[in-house]
Design a protein around this ligand. Sequence first.
Ligand code: ATP
Ligand code: MG
Length: 403
Amino acid sequence: MEFERILIRYGELSTKGKNRKQFVARLASNVKKVVRDMPNVKVHGERDRMQLFLNGADPDVVMERLRLVFGIQSFSPVVKTALDVEAIKEAATKLVSDLFVPGATFKVAARRSNHQFELDSNELNQEIGAHVLQTVPGLTVNVKKPTIKLNVEVRLDGVFLSCQTVQGAGGLPVGSSGRAMLMLSGGIDSPVAGYLAMKRGVEVEAVHFHSPPYTSEKARQKAVDLAEKIARYAGQVQMHVVPFTEIQETIKKQVPESYIMTVTRRLMMRITDELRRRRNGLAIVNGESLGQVASQTLESMIAINAVTATPIIRPVVSMDKNEIIEIAKKIDTFELSIQPFEDCCTIFTPAAPKTKPKLEKVEYYESFIDFDAMIETALAHVETFSVQVADEEKVTDEFADLL
Ligand code: ATP
Ligand code: MG
């Protein structure tokens, strides 16, 4: 069967009342991004659903990509016919016989929003069902658990038939909740945090701190590779790599060992916040998880967070490590994250950081150092670039059972 279009159903969009228009436009633009290498594909966002016209593109390839797009509840390859019973019958037979295997059972599920149509849904179920049974030999009916369920939807502009409904990624269209900076280390937690923020509609830009020569080119590349993985959910991710060596060396020299971690994190936060301001971001996302390591305590959060009033989103804050790992595996970042390249924190962090740092003490230690000039220098040397999805990366087998 030649499918000429895919019908896309919205997730939570429909509850958003008057923002709906913007949400639909955002989703349409995100869908266009994932098929941008297929210029013939056309996307048409309507109030209650979206239609994607294949114009010859491979429906299977398009559907694999749609599975990763947040804001989609489900989608179906469909065939459209005229408002004509004979045309519906013919299309129904074609669709079902394509899927027929020995032992197959089926049922028709008709719905009608067009009340002018000559048959109501019960009559449609019966007429179409009888016709398909006659024309597809060996097929039997099973109303409770059919192997083939033929959906027939009669609308004002035509009739839509489909046998397949694919679960979408859910969530909200990336970008519909605004932009935030994701503090992306090479670890397990921050890519997961980024993914979860994106799922709620946040467009993330990754910020990665590196400290050459203490950290290697491989550690930097690892962060870029991780950004590429999560870029699959957005089409692309903007990335900022911040040179952090001078600041870390200064901290190491001038701050008592037990406070190095806290001061380092505060500096990362300040720089990230300034990047956020410049990029018109609304929040900062990080991978902190409460109690996971000695440094991730509420006391520590108070001390680190004190440098800004910007909302800090911590999507994995209350998750167990195993829960985070499970998501990391699903989004295919886990294997990358466990590669053993030291990041800037592992190298400078003392064996025993303060688990309950005192804000007054942190501020006192910092008061002897003029970080402002160093922050300016670091910001002046930030490398900013766009991380695109590698073509062969767009569809991986792991995703087949993910979403
Ligand atoms: P992750 O697995 O994300 O590295 P973690 O459990 O190792 O997290 P920490 O190393 O304490 O936790 O870091 C806490 C958070 O600080 C990270 O999740 C990340 O958001 C941010 N962060 C740490 N190091 C960096 C870095 N080099 N560049 C950018 N952000 C960082
Ligand atoms: Mg880490």
